[in-house]
Design a protein around this ligand. Structure first.
Ligand code: TYD
Ligand code: MG
Length: 475
């Protein structure tokens, strides 16, 4: 590369610097600078040349809604906001082996009923793709396959009128542009390849799906820039030890975010899960101390999950706190509130918390369900059977209202729950409390109010915990 200036580009954030260093100045990450050829020198400033005048437009005008490509896979269509938009780009990220290629092969096959999809793989050979299609029982679908990695070849092949309606690129990290010197997967290659493909998709009006690998930190590898360049970003997540997978939208220029689609990985590919609450509650046992059922929302869809906790006296100087599926900082906060405001003796306890089924919850509305699970574990008294819980807890112990109360109650009622512990919603004096299908509603305004749920059956609680109960009663 004699004659060319070299540049060092951070593979995390895309910042460039003229000399190598162990730590990136832009994002502070270590060992992320990689040597790349500097881009052709850009002209300095605008110079004297005048540009054209821009025509400004009003907000109101004749704009048609973009046409949508509905795949027919309902869980996928919901997450994309009602189907992919022609000319737009969708990025699907996820851990290796989670099922991205499987999902997209199924999408391609489903789309092929009405439109023409193209599936380009840079990771697998045609034979492998065919074997997968066989396994998925979609070998009869008309999907055009190719194993290719050169963006120049791909663009030349697709830049035709009457081209495909959907192009799937698996994955963007394997694609390369031949006039860049850096290796595929580097920031410069990923950015340039994506740019070229996105431009082509806009010009030819096809929907483009890019598969993106995820780094160990859980972000799509390559620069964040990639997420800015595309219209929609979906993450395909799941625990490999569990069968179900969640497709989550984190950015969508054409639809809502936080929407999820739930699938189950079977021997014949991904099956849609129409009623995820039933799936997440499938193995639940009623009447077990330390568990509560949280009525949560994922996007526009209610989702019931079980929250389990276990408190045992600790033999360690610093008790253990382990959380799966929820934020550990948030657990620490709730425990502090329970100790200070409700007098619970959690200080000398090892505390374990788990969201059953491997789901990750980020809603603060789960606070109250976590608190209930902790109280139940500590007191040895199970939650009243058929009860769901939700509500946000504030630092002073107050329970705050959460959105979409009725949707949560409706889902709970649909699944046979007949009691709900909910925040006292702000309302005028004459308004009655909400009712859902004859559910018994218990409104709580402070965490202490929850304690009464665990009052009966106290006599059967083991003596060691009874002492704690006394403590938290009088605390
Ligand atoms: P894959 O789609 O190759 O994952 P990714 O593209 O995200 O790396 O799927 C990988 C896993 O899915 C693999 O471990 C096998 C499993 N699988 C099934 O269980 N059933 C199936 O029908 C298929 C096609 C794959
Ligand atoms: Mg793959």
């Amino acid at each position: 590369m004699a004659g060319k200036t070299l540049n060092y580009v951070c593979q995390e954030c895309g910042a460039s610097s003229p000399k190598w260093s162990g730590r990136c100045d832009g994002c502070g990450e270590w060992n992320t600078l990689v040597e790349e050829a500097a881009p052709e020198s850009a002209p300095k400033g605008l110079g004297r040349k005048k540009g054209r005048k821009i025509q400004f437009q009003g907000l109101k005008g004749e704009t048609e809604h973009p046409p949508r490509q509905v795949s027919g896979i309902k869980e996928f269509d919901r997450v994309t906001g009602g189907g992919m938009v022609a000319g737009s780009t969708l990025l699907v990220g996820g851990d290796p082996g989670i099922g991205k290629s499987t999902l997209l092969m199924q999408v391609a096959a489903a789309v092929s009923k009405t439109q023409t999809p193209v599936y380009i793989s840079g990771e697998e050979a045609i034979d492998q793709l065919r074997l997968r299609a066989d396994r998925l029982d979609v070998a009869g679908a008309t999907v055009a396959l190719a194993a290719a990695t050169s963006v120049r070849d791909i663009v030349s092949s697709l830049d035709d009128a009457g081209g495909p309606d959907l192009v799937i690129i698996d994955s963007i990290q394997t694609m390369y542009v031949d006039n860049l010197d850096s290796a595929p997967g580097t920031v410069a290659q990923v950015r340039t390849s994506a740019q070229e493909l996105i431009r082509l998709a806009k010009r030819r009006g096809f929907a483009l799906i890019l598969v993106g690998h995820v780094t160990k930190e859980g972000q799509i590898a390559g620069p964040r820039i990639l997420e800015h360049m595309v219209d929609t970003v979906l993450y395909f997540e799941g625990d490999r030890s569990h069968q179900f997978r969640i497709l989550r939208s984190v950015k969508n220029r054409y639809g809502p975010t936080d929407e999820i689609g739930v699938f189950e990985m079977t021997g014949k590919g991904l099956a849609e899960v129409a009623n995820p609450s039933a799936l997440f509650l499938a193995d639940r046992e009623d009447e077990v101390a330390g568990a509560s059922v949280f009525a949560g929302m994922e996007g526009s869809r209610p989702l019931l999950v079980e929250i389990q906790s276990l408190c045992t006296p600790s033999s360690l100087g610093t008790p253990r706190r382990a959380v799966v599926g929820w934020d550990s900082g948030r657990l620490a906060m709730i425990m502090a509130v329970l100790e200070t405001r409700a007098g619970l003796a959690l200080g000398g306890m090892d505390v374990y918390m788990n969201v059953a089924g491997g789901l990750k919850i980020s809603e603060p509305a789960a606070d109250l369900a976590v608190a209930a699970a902790l109280m139940s574990s500590l007191s040895g008294v199970p939650m009243p059977p058929g009860t769901v819980v939700f509500g946000e807890i504030g630092l002073s112990g107050e329970i705050r209202a959460v959105p979409q109360l009725n949707a949560r109650l409706k889902e709970a009622s649909k699944l046979g729950f007949n009691r709900a512990v909910i925040p006292t919603p702000p309302r005028s004096k004459t308004e009655k409390s909400p009712r859902e299908g004859g559910m018994l509603i218990t409104e709580v305004s402070r965490v202490e109010d929850l304690l009464s749920l665990f009052a009966d059956g106290a006599e059967s609680a083991p003596s060691a915990i009874k002492q704690d109960r006394k403590q938290f009663r009088h605390g």
